[in-house]
Design a protein around this ligand. Structure first.
Ligand code: URP
Ligand code: ZN
Ligand code: ZN
Length: 451
């Protein structure tokens, strides 16, 4: 045995129990009471929680968009992940245009990550218009360990509903999961033109330009398509009560619909757009209302939403400041590092989630949905020894100065937390301890998903 975590509370998707965790090499060797291990390094974790490393299933590190590049690259993105107790991230492989093959874009993305990643990673494959027809290419991607496709109902990358229907049918045959950014393009376009015609172009109008109805309609359309195709579907970054209700209704009829939300949709509201820093809070879909926040917590607690991920897409203050209007301000916010502590303080401590539910929405559920379980998302013997030691008594006020994103700001500035990651182990190696990053670029591995 190499490492023995002694005296803590082990939290899994099923239970909380006082137990020790023994680690041999890269794997969990045993979980049980009063373990002994000769020659092992013993870490006293009395009073701490021992949890499977969190999985941020929706990140955009080193993402080019037009002339811009996100502030966090593969190195800084995965470094800040380690500092937040996140041991696996799932990013995207996106072809530069429909002319670039899926496999070419995937290989390029894997090459970028290989030397830089500090935690383990998987990828979702973005499918552009026309590419949904090429079953052989889609299969080649799945065979390489990318078991989820990503499509958009808006943006330049959007697929028509007919095309999404085609992809859903092929994905069902391949055993893959289609994930969808849901905002109805016609509604968004009409609103945008209306606001521009009225001269209301300031970033403060961002939420008005992408109304809740756009998300709800797109989610309803996509759920209907998935039902017709008999395929599972996963809706990313659900921001509205109506969207969560549509997912819950479909699930109650037995449809395999999964929903992800993000900390910013649970904890922030659109009044941020009225302030002087509106650009810093600009992401798609936009922040909504307190009623939406509460509904998303309720649906998460009830299991109608299964995953909380961050959609980490960071731009610096300078990059954001270059935006002159809601339609040309870089869209996205940083989030991976604060995912686990925010969900603990505001989810568990506020009574929305139990500790096992916390582990489910941050680790076990994304691992299962994206083909990584039980290697990831579990503390069973044989699973990767990705472990977070979490101190439930550590009090901290979030501030960008103590976080590690190259964005240089957090939308959660000033949030008071009780509970914070103390240490992170990646496959048995200590990569973060008491505020210090101890990992290395290139130690993160691509973890192929299995269908
Ligand atoms: O504004 C956001 N969310 N940017 C990242 C891309 C996306 O739509 O997820
Ligand atoms: Zn999106
Ligand atoms: Zn995204």
């Amino acid at each position: 045995m190499d490492l023995l975590l002694k005296g803590g509370w082990v939290v899994t998707a099923e239970r909380v129990e006082q137990a020790d965790v023994a680690i041999k090499g890269e794997k969990i060797a045993a979980v049980g009471a009063d373990l002994t291990a000769e020659g092992a390094v013993v870490r006293d974790v009395t009073g701490k929680y021992i949890m499977p490393g969190a999985i941020d299933a929706h990140v955009h590190y080193q993402m080019p968009i037009g002339e811009l590049m996100t502030a966090d690259d593969w190195f800084t993105g995965t470094r800040l992940a380690a500092c937040g107790g996140v041991t696996t991230v799932i990013d995207y492989a996106e072809p530069a245009s429909p002319a670039e093959s899926l496999t070419a874009s995937l290989n390029k993305r894997l090459d970028e990550a290989r030397e830089q990643a500090c935690v383990d990673y998987g990828l979702h494959q973005v499918v552009l218009p026309g590419q949904e027809e090429d079953e052989a290419e889609l299969k080649a991607v799945v065979d390489k360990g990318v078991t989820s496709f990503k499509v958009f109902t808006t943006y330049a990358q959007r697929l028509s509903l007919a095309a999404i229907g085609r992809l859903l049918k092929i994905a069902r045959r391949l055993g893959a999961l289609v994930t969808v950014h849901c905002e109805d393009h016609e509604i968004v376009t009409a609103k945008r033109e209306e606001l521009i015609a009225a001269g209301r172009t300031d970033p403060a109008y961002h939420a008005l330009s992408r109304p809740a109805t756009a998300e709800v309609k797109a989610i309803q359309d996509v759920i209907a398509l998935a039902g017709e195709a008999g395929a599972p579907v996963y809706i990313v970054h659900v921001s509205t009560m109506g969207g969560a209700e549509a997912i819950a209704a479909a699930r109650s009829k037995g449809q395999q619909v999964y929903g992800e939300t993000c900390p910013h949709y649970l904890l922030l509201t659109g009044d941020k757009y009225a302030g002087p820093d509106s650009r810093l809070y600009l992401m798609c879909p936009p922040l909504r209302t307190a009623a939406d926040n509460e509904s998303l917590w309720r649906h998460l607690a009830a299991g109608a939403l299964q995953v909380v991920a961050t959609d980490h897409c960071s731009y610096s203050r300078e990059q954001k400041a270059a935006g002159t209007a809601f339609y040309n301000t870089p869209s996205g916010v940083p989030g991976t590092e604060t995912l686990l502590p925010l969900l603990y303080s505001f989810g568990v401590r506020n009574g929305w989630l139990t500790l096992p539910q916390l582990v489910r929405v941050l680790s076990t559920n994304p691992a299962r949905l994206f083909g990584l379980y039980p290697r990831k998302g579990s503390l069973r013997p044989g699973s990767d020894a990705d472990v977070v030691i979490f101190d439930p008594r550590r009090q901290i006020t979030l501030t960008a100065a103590n976080l590690h994103s190259a964005a240089g700001y957090t939308v959660f500035e000033g949030f008071n937390l009780l509970g914070y990651p103390e240490a992170t182990y990646l496959r048995g190696r200590l990569i973060y301890d008491h505020g210090r990053f101890l990992g290395q670029a290139g130690q993160g591995r691509f973890i192929p998903g299995r269908v």
